[in-house]
Design a protein around this ligand. Structure first.
Ligand code: SF4
Length: 436
């Protein structure tokens, strides 16, 4: 029997892999969907939002809120939409230690073809299951080859099928700049993962990746998005380029970066790269994890506090150093939210007169959100605010009363109380043994 040349064997294997043949067996489309949607669940950068779990599989009815690969996200216009969230393939030639799809991981592998993803998206869209696609991929053959496949999915959807739904493409920073530019032509939103807060951690945990290269790709993407926005202002016919902007994801707790480092990195990304949103993903120990990773996952509350701190940076005018004042040792306080933590450490700046304070100071009052602040500013144009006005404006006033004065309210000595933190700290609640 003639022996096939090594190159040909490689090509056959690659073809089989890319078409879902594993160990001589070919997965069905539904099986691939199960594998590749499960593999995509670790990516937080499409902003999943929770929903009640309902599944009619057992009852024989129709509908499921948790269909394989379907997640919820916010479109650029603020609508909550359902997305088909999948990987094109979970084969990967890279070996990022924190990733379940890394080359050395022993997971079940599968791959969709471009056509399969296009068909799946159109099928789901026509059945009203989804309003768009979130597509990412492990890297096979080369970053350029993989990126080309991702772009081809978006191109076929837009050009061949005139698909008007939402498309979010996860791009590969190591791919050619032209490919990233083509991705922006078809996608509503692009993202490149920054991966970890620190370049040295990237080097250690994702040896094939390079922090500087990731930032270069982000910068190129950011400036293309800004240019396209500028051109659209002068001509509505100017081509769109990722109109929903670009986002990124950072894994928390896989390295020893503290919250200060995480927030400094995010702040740099917002200021220097025009990133629309940084998503924080608490590292979760993966099956078959590398020995170079922590055994335990960081508390989920850490991820939550980072989101709150991020919100303070973006919408409330807080600087990273100010946010950290409320924590200790460079980390956020896990027991209370970062705005309350900051206010308790800066009691000399309170109470704030809600009838006189400017917007910036109102935004620093614990318990006052941007909407409440706007309502206060509007209402006080017509009347001097009293306690009952505040109760109408805010859902709950308990948290903010020690920090404000009104026409008929003063907190007295509450701000000096050593027990104030304890009083405002959310009470630990007993878990219900029979909760669903
Ligand atoms: S490049 Fe790294 S993070 Fe991305 S799929 Fe491959 S191993 Fe995972």
């Amino acid at each position: 029997m003639t022996k096939l040349p090594q190159n040909t064997i490689k090509k056959i294997l690659e073809h089989k892999r890319n078409n879902g043949y594993i160990g001589g067996m070919k997965y069905t489309r539904a099986e691939k969907l199960a594998i590749l949607a499960d593999a995509a669940k670790y990516d937080a950068s499409c902003a999943s939002s929770g929903s009640v779990k309902r599944n009619s599989l057992a009852s024989g009815g129709i509908g499921s809120t948790g269909g394989t690969g379907i997640c919820h996200s916010y479109a650029p216009d603020g609508r909550c939409i359902s997305l088909l969230k999948i990987l094109m393939t979970n084969y990967c030639m890279f070996d990022c230690l924190y990733c379940i799809n890394r080359s050395s991981s022993n997971v079940q592998r599968a791959a969709f073809t471009v056509k399969e993803i296009v068909d799946l998206t159109l099928d789901f869209y026509k059945r009203n299951y989804i309003e768009g696609l979130f597509l990412s991929s492990g890297i096979t053959r080369s970053p350029d080859y993989t990126m080309e496949q991702l772009v081809e999915v978006a191109r076929q959807l837009r050009e061949d099928h005139k698909f008007g739904g939402y498309i979010h493409l996860k791009t590969i920073p190591e791919a050619d700049a032209d490919l990233l530019a083509r991705a922006g032509k078809y996608a509503d939103r692009l993202s490149i993962n920054i991966e970890l807060p620190d370049d040295s951690s990237i080097k250690k945990l994702a040896p094939e990746k390079d922090g500087a290269r990731i930032r270069r790709s982000m910068a190129a993407m950011g400036s293309k998005i800004a240019d396209a926005k500028g051109e659209r202002k002068t001509s509505k016919k100017a081509p769109l380029f990722s109109p929903g902007g670009h986002s990124t994801q950072m894994i928390i707790g896989a390295d020893d970066s503290n919250d200060g480092k995480v927030l400094q990195t995010s702040s740099g990304l917002y200021k220097g790269f025009g990133i629309k949103r940084v998503y924080y993903s608490a590292f979760s120990p993966i099956p078959d994890a590398s020995a170079g990773l922590p055994i335990a996952q960081p508390p989920l509350m850490r991820e939550h506090r980072l989101y709150q701190a991020d919100w303070l940076m973006r919408f409330y005018g807080f600087k990273v150093d100010e946010i950290l004042e409320g924590g200790n040792g460079g980390n956020l306080d896990l027991e209370i939210d970062p705005k309350l933590a900051w206010a308790l450490k800066n009691r000399h700046m309170f109470p704030v007169d809600l009838n006189l304070a400017d917007r910036e100071m109102l935004l620093r009052v614990p318990g006052l959100g941007t909407k409440s602040v706007q309502r206060i500013l509007t209402a006080r144009r017509f009347t001097a605010l009293r306690l009952q006005d505040l109760e109408r404006i805010c859902r709950s006033v308990k948290k903010l009363l020690p920090f404000v004065t009104l026409q008929d309210w003063s907190p007295g000595t509450q701000l000096d109380s050593l027990l104030l933190r304890e009083r405002l700290q959310p009470k630990a609640s007993q878990l219900d043994l029979f909760a669903a």
